[in-house]
Design a protein around this ligand. Structure first.
Ligand SMILES: Nc1ncnc2c1ncn2[C@@H]1O[C@H](COP(=O)(O)OP(=O)(O)O)[C@@H](O)[C@H]1O
Ligand SMILES: [Ca+2]
Length: 490
């Protein structure tokens, strides 16, 4: 005889099943929502790079709660200030500050208003201002004062305008390159930084601790994310590409002739230069030739091999008092690892299409470019600024010579150099490293990471709740079987 079925059994089993499912779904959703990053709140930072030839404004952005994570700060906006570098306003210092206004207005529009007061604003000046300071401290102060006045009147958190040292310029360029390529956290191999400006050039790379003993002024140590880095760095003042051109012109016009036949400029190129435009630079230590008139005709003959000899005369390879030197008696340990070459290295080598070839092929391409007649060059590149176009033969020959004879890169190690403009969307240069350092966004010790990354946590949770659900299902099933089997027993 069948025992009357208990209508409640079925209801109870279904009720528990539904309850279990709701519990599990509720558990998983709260856990996921609980850990979901809160409304992305961003923070900002602004750095002005007051270079010898130009000023640029960089706006950086990062998620507020992640500022200690590496690689989180990104370049959000870039503004190139119209006109020359601030050091060029030495005769009208007020103009230096005024020249920044348009880019500052752009910055005001690119940073949310509610963040303005907490957005740090820095200006760092490089070799152009180092040279002006050498020439005339008072004019240098007036230019900085004029810049300071404008930056203080912005709605941002103004943190100062100063001339950074060559060491800082080199070291922070290295920080930027390694931060953006995410090499700082693993403590894995790092990338050296090669920066070519208009008035100075920097080389920086990590070396072994025992290599740093020879020259304290060339050593910078960083402790970042729990890793110690011993960096070699040197900034060659007057070896930026604009100043080095003046060095070459001064050397070739010692006789005071009215015409200079220059192998570093294309055949058919001709312009009139004043002697003062060459000899007024503090980089030129030789006196203007007495016999010289006001100026001279600068004529190109376009010969790369002869141009190499012109460039060689800018370097001094004697008088090294260390175990190894690069040039001009400057200590340099043996090169190590990969290098990122940026700023004018990139502009010149990218234009000349010398960024991805062997050293030998680059030398040949350089020779072909220099021997191309100026009329043909102008025809081929009608939209390139004539000042840049005219100097590419000189600048390219200088770069090849600097990297090989200056820094001792060989045809074997040439491929270690990558010519770069940006890394994951942000410009390679000293400004990001400078800001990261001043805002303490690269901690000395590695921030403690949660035992499980968010994704891992959610997976684990899902897995356990699925397991729970299966256990629940099995127990419900056995409960069901027991209920229905009781009916048969009778
Ligand atoms: N598009 C370009 N093509 C060639 N050269 C360029 C280009 N843009 C900038 N430059 C050059 O790159 C150099 C940038 O130097 P800059 O950073 O202003 O000087 P510094 O770092 O010595 O203070 C200058 O020589 C400038 O003329
Ligand atoms: Ca620069």
């Amino acid at each position: 005889k069948e025992k009357p079925k208990n209508p409640w059994h079925k209801a109870v089993v279904i009720f528990i099943a539904v309850l279990g499912i709701i519990a599990i779904v509720a558990l998983v959703t709260t856990a996921v929502l609980q850990n979901k990053p809160l409304q992305q709140k961003f923070k900002y930072g602004i750095v002005l790079d007051a270079g010898s030839s130009h000023t640029a404004v960089y706006i950086y952005e990062w998620p507020a709660e992640k500022e200690n994570d590496t690689g989180r700060v990104k370049q959000k906006h870039f503004c190139q200030v119209k006109g020359p570098g601030i050091s060029s306003y030495s005769l009208s210092p007020e103009q230096a500050g005024h020249s920044l206004r348009l880019c500052i207005q752009e910055a005001v529009l690119n940073v949310p208003r509610r963040r303005h007061h907490e957005t740090p604003l820095y200006l760092g000046a490089t070799a152009g201002m180092r040279l002006l300071r050498m020439e005339n401290q008072s004019l240098c102060d007036q230019v900085l004062g004029s810049v300071e006045k404008v930056l203080q009147s912005t709605p941002f958190d103004y943190q100062g305008a100063r001339i950074i040292s060559g060491q800082e310029e080199g070291a922070f360029g290295w920080v930027t390159v390694n931060y953006l390529s995410d090499r700082l956290k693993q403590g894995s191999g790092t990338t050296g930084a090669l920066d070519l400006g208009g008035a100075s050039t920097q080389i920086t790379f990590a070396t072994n601790q025992d290599e740093t003993g020879e020259s304290a002024e060339n050593t910078v140590t960083f402790r970042l994310y729990g890793n110690d880095y011993f960096l070699y760095t040197h900034s060659f003042l007057c070896y930026g590409k604009d100043q080095v051109l003046k060095l070459a012109l001064a050397q070739q016009t010692q006789a005071g002739a009215s015409t200079l036949l220059d192998p570093c400029f294309n055949q058919g190129y001709s312009t009139n230069l004043s002697y003062s435009s060459v000899y007024s630079s503090p980089c030129i230590t030789t006196q203007k030739p007495l016999a010289a008139g006001e100026g001279f005709t600068h004529r190109g003959t376009g010969n790369a091999l002869q141009c190499q000899e012109v460039v060689r005369r800018i370097f001094n390879f004697s008088g090294c008092t260390f175990s190894h030197c690069s040039f001009n008696g400057v200590y340099q340990p043996p090169l190590q690892g990969q290098f990122g070459a940026f700023s004018a290295y990139y502009f010149v080598m990218n234009f000349l299409n010398l960024t991805s070839d062997t050293l030998e092929n680059n030398m040949e391409k350089m020779a072909r470019y220099c021997s191309t007649p100026w009329t043909q060059i102008k025809q081929q590149f009608p939209n390139v600024k004539e000042k840049y176009l005219a100097e590419y033969c000189f600048s390219g020959t200088y770069i090849l010579f600097l990297l090989t004879h200056g820094y001792n890169f060989t045809s074997d190690t040439w491929s270690n150099i990558k010519f770069i403009k940006k890394i994951s969307g942000s410009d390679a240069g000293w400004t990001l490293g400078y800001m990261l350092n001043l805002t303490n966004m690269i901690p000395a010790e590695a921030p403690d990471t949660p035992p499980l990354p968010h994704a891992g946590y959610v997976t684990l949770l899902l897995f356990t709740s699925l397991l729970l659900f299966l256990i629940l299902l099995c127990s419900l099933r056995s409960l069901w079987v027991r209920c229905t089997s009781q009916r048969q027993i009778i």
